[in-house]
Design a protein around this ligand. Structure first.
Ligand code: SIN
Length: 303
């Protein structure tokens, strides 16, 4: 069974990746996962300077999901390059660094820094963090999305993934802008903005009041967005949003995702990626295919 897939210029041994912010910098997950078997690792978003993130509480469990308002807590790009890339890049899988700029100018400068770093195979632009001021604004207006991505594209020879927000009325125009800007793939979707209230105290639970909803609760929305973009925009897609079983993985592949990222499931079933990889060949073969590539985007649309 050929499990390999391609995201533009980035080739992957298989389509199962882990999503940014749900896997730390991989050391924490190593007891549960044979890291070298993954198609790729996307570590936590890094920014130009260290950030403490938002005040706690910043996580709430919800029905079939989780709200987070972490606020891009990280030690900054220099720390990432010095302390995390050496470990991550030794694991025998693809390393897709994830960056977020505070301004349009910061994105290409972060990307240019990573361009020089051996072991970083690709760069995912977090254009869609709902927990910091202006965080989703890079993926809510097509002209801004295209401009930021083009500047990043011109700053590196490495493949670029654009992580988009579902908190828009027209995902197609944003995905197409990402394509025009030069992205190798779009990652669909980041979290949906939600809130949680402690009614007895008449207070929001999150210190930030709102947070991003992830987990199985959002899977149908993510699947719809992947399906829509796959039908209308010629760009590879990485599906993410509530994927927690191999059936979910197969649904995203059939809908048109070339790869998937596992996110919230890493918190409640940290070895799930390994079982999915064990069972993926049989699921693909059950469709009469001998490669993952053959099943991508084969959804039969009702007449
Ligand atoms: C966060 O750190 O607030 C989460 C990152 C994101 O949702 O993009």
């Amino acid at each position: 069974m050929d499990l390999s897939v391609a995201l533009g210029r980035l080739s992957l041994a298989n389509p199962i990746l882990v999503a940014s912010g749900t896997f730390g910098y991989a050391k924490e997950a190593a007891p549960f996962v044979d890291l070298g078997r993954l198609g790729g690792i996307v570590p936590k978003t890094v920014t130009s300077l260290p950030r403490a993130g938002n005040r706690p509480p910043r996580i709430v469990e919800t029905a079939s999901g989780m709200l987070n308002s972490i606020g891009l807590d990280n030690d900054g790009i220099d720390h990432f390059i010095e302390h995390h890339v050496p470990y991550l890049s030794r694991q025998g899988t693809r390393l897709i660094a994830n960056v977020a700029g505070k301004t349009e100018d910061e994105f290409p400068s972060l990307v240019a820094k990573l361009d020089l770093v051996a072991g970083v195979d690709a760069i995912e632009l977090n254009l869609s963090c709902p927990n910091v001021s202006g965080g989703i604004d890079f993926a809510t207006k097509p002209e801004v999305t295209e401009r930021v991505i083009r500047r990043c594209y011109e700053s590196t020879g490495k493949p670029i993934l654009a992580k988009l927000t579902p908190n828009v009325t027209d995902i197609l125009s944003i995905a197409d802008a990402a394509r025009q800007g030069g992205a190798d793939a779009v990652t669909l979707i980041n979290t949906l903005v939600g809130t949680a209230i402690d009614w007895r105290k008449r207070r929001p639970i999150l210190s930030n009041v709102v947070g991003g909803l992830s987990g199985p609760a959002i899977k149908p929305i993510a699947l719809r967005m992947v399906m829509m973009v796959a039908r209308k925009v010629a760009i590879p897609i990485v599906g993410v949003g509530g994927i927690s079983t191999l059936d979910d993985v197969m649904e995203f592949l059939i809908a048109g995702a070339s790869a998937v990222q596992l996110g919230t499931v890493n918190f409640f079933d940290p070895s799930s990626s390994m079982r999915m990889l064990d069972d993926l060949p049989t699921a693909v073969a059950s469709l009469g295919a001998s490669s993952v590539q053959e099943v991508i985007g084969t959804l039969e649309w009702p007449r």
